[in-house]
Design a binder for this molecule. Structure first.
Ligand code: RB5
Length: 148
């Protein structure tokens, strides 16, 4: 499975750890930057990562900034992106299973390296429960997106 990953300067250190971690598990990683700890603007990298998912090149994505919030806000401006900002593994798993989230966001200034890798494992290891009310509700999200 191909995973896109992006960050701003505030997520740069953990992005490198996440890349190594998921590559070692056999995922193919597409890195859309940033590529240094120099100050930059998170919406640029959120947008680049979303394009990789919306084009079909990547199945899922991971975005890291200081809090994860700016990245998730930017990502959720894209039709078809369902980004979840998580700092616990229960939410990271459930957002795949119930919301069919296709983008995990978190903050390097919020979670440590150990928890970051566990969030990623919980998210990538879970599958959307493609039935019943989950399907109805995810379709409702798309309807809201279409009409607003
Ligand atoms: C950068 O200082 C910081 O604002 C950014 O990484 C992020 O936390 C925004 O949501």
């Amino acid at each position: 499975m191909k995973i896109v990953i992006g960050c701003d300067h505030a997520g740069f250190a953990i992005k490198n750890l996440v890349k190594e971690h998921i590559a070692a598990k056999g995922y193919e990683v597409v890195d859309v930057g940033t590529n240094s700890a120099d100050s930059c603007h998170y919406p640029l990298f959120a947008h680049a990562a979303c394009e990789k998912i919306l084009s079909g090149e990547c199945a899922l994505g991971i975005l890291i900034c200081g809090t994860g919030i700016g990245m998730s806000m930017a990502a959720n401006k894209h039709k078809g992106i369902r980004a979840a900002c998580c700092s616990d593994t229960f939410s990271a798993r459930l957002t795949r299973e119930h919301n069919d989230a296709n983008m995990l966001c978190f903050g390097e200034r919020v979670v440590g390296a150990g928890l970051a890798l566990e969030l990623v494992d919980a998210f990538l290891g879970a599958e959307y429960l493609n039935n019943g009310n989950h399907v109805t509700r995810v379709a409702m999200l798309a309807e809201i997106e279409k009409n607003n």
